[in-house]
Design a protein around this ligand. Sequence first.
Ligand SMILES: C[S@@+](CC[C@H](N)C(=O)[O-])C[C@H]1O[C@@H](n2cnc3c(N)ncnc32)[C@H](O)[C@@H]1O
Length: 208
Amino acid sequence: MKSKSHWENVYATKPPERVGWYAPHLHTSLAMIANCVAEKNARVIDVGGGASTLVDDLRGRGYEQITVLDLSSAALSTTRSRLGIAAAKVEWIEGDVKTVELPPAYYDIWHDRAVFHFLIKADDRQQYVQNMQRSLKDDGHVIIATFSPEAPPKCSGLEVRRYNPKLLQSELGGGFELQEQKSEMHLTPGGVEQMYLYCHFRKRVHTQ
Ligand SMILES: C[S@@+](CC[C@H](N)C(=O)[O-])C[C@H]1O[C@@H](n2cnc3c(N)ncnc32)[C@H](O)[C@@H]1O
């Protein structure tokens, strides 16, 4: 799979703090997650979590049920090693977010920073949304951070789709309702400005 080899190569050749999307802490993600649910036993999945420190910070804040999913085994092993013995308390899934089999109606919070925006084909986005919809509990939360229209057209050398809240809402469809949006300027370790859009959606409960 071309995409997997791209990401394995990135993580095999660059230290985690030199990749363009690196931030020492994902403050906006942490604040949005805290706003979603107060309970620390909420089930949180970080899709395409890579080598990010979100899992470290969630553990540090007392979250007990965290899953990190990524295509890249190199990224997951970097994060696991950094966490040390705490890694045993986290669920690790190596797989493709579009197709991996996740437990149905299981997660309270789905977090994605800089993954959905790589899905250029409509079919891929549809598969992603279906997997997300299926694995989230009714009334579950979605936090997605993508490049904004002002950001560069590529991330990690790959073409991305850039989003405003309306476009992201239309991709997710009527099963999700936008709750909160935030723009954030990210400065890459190389000094390039990238405007991110963070959106928090809530899964609609279907009553029949
Ligand atoms: C730009 S990085 C962002 C990493 C992390 N979310 C962060 O904010 O630091 C994109 C990540 O998504 C992963 N990824 C890309 N496509 C994926 C897919 N289809 N399924 C699962 N992970 C994927 C890559 O391996 C990489 O770790």
